[in-house]
Write a protein that binds this ligand. Sequence first.
Ligand SMILES: [Zn+2]
Length: 419
Amino acid sequence: MKNLKNILFIVIDCLRADYIYEANKSHIPNINEIKKNGFSFLNTIATTSTTTPSFSSLLTGLYPFESGVRSHSGYALNKNVITYPEILKKNGYHTYAEVTGPVRQEIGLDKGFDEFNYRNRDKTIHTEWGKFLIKKFESDYKKPWFVLLHIWALHEPRIVLNQLNYEKYGKTKYARAISSIDKYLGELFNVLRDDTIILLTGDHGEQISRSRIERKAKNIIEKCVKSLKKYNIFKIPYSKIIRPIHVGHGYSIYDVLVKVPLIFYNKEIIPNNKSNVQIRHIDIFPTILDLVNIKTDNEVTGKTVMPIIEGKEFSHRDAYLEAVGINIPKKEDWLVGLRVANKYKYIMSPFKKNFKEELYLLEKDPFEKRNVAPNYPQLIEKFKKKIEKLKFKEFVGERLKKEEQDKIIDRLRALGYVD
Ligand SMILES: [Zn+2]
């Protein structure tokens, strides 16, 4: 058996790219250390702005409509889909998942893991569980190991350590929660050896409110709209009311929700550098296999980014995006889109008649405020064709059994996703 390096894959729920790459937004000395000595992709795009399908894409190298998981519930991973932990396991790795939130085994996300350790929300990196986890890295995981660590402390309700609850650790609660996670990661990195490859990303971004007043106002409006809907008092034009005021994730595919950080770190085999090339979440696992020299004939949509890391390739990869599911129950409100070459974002609603398409010029308009779709009919046509070619309307997921679905809905209710 060849000498395989351990792999720690950290996914911080709701982690936006700008809070890791822009200076002084958070206090992150430990993440900065692996950033400085590792390879950063400055334009990494998640496939969706919702946790469960995002993890499914990460673990399979496939878009949601290919893996079968497009939402938090309803469907599970297609039985024919091979997960990357399965491939790692076949090649000598011991595979462990430390997950929480809606990342559930009913969805099939445990496929390929020797241990799929699901924890409840009260067990966080900032409680005894965090210390327990560090001990596992010191002695429990069998080498060579692959560990998927899903960190939930940035997800609402965000956790800020008392000693970091000051403005110098970030202007918002979101920023301070990142600083608090960084402190924990420092302790974790201390027990890891040089034979570990570290990867760090977010499953999707987050829309955060700029002030407490704005947040309260939004919450009130959202609650009113929800209760009016419950009693059928008035039909809500969802995309017009909820989407623009929403704080959180899952409702749209703007860059704040899909642009995530991505750092690869190992002093021996990964150069310290960064790249502006647009890549995708689905490219991560093919790259991991490349890094540890594992060959597979499993054909997926994602492709290794090693040639970019080695400075041999510079072409951007088109990123298909979708916002589908529990937050957007009506098909008519679903959104799909394409992000092209860090230049264009095209958004459409494929099941709605007369939907106003959106096109943003990302270089001039990074916050996607000015829809210029009417000015570029040829581009719109081109992007629409590219999306249609993907056959994204087909469902390939396995429908969940009633008891499995009920379990997931209970879990989602506990997490505040459903009323
Ligand atoms: Zn998430």
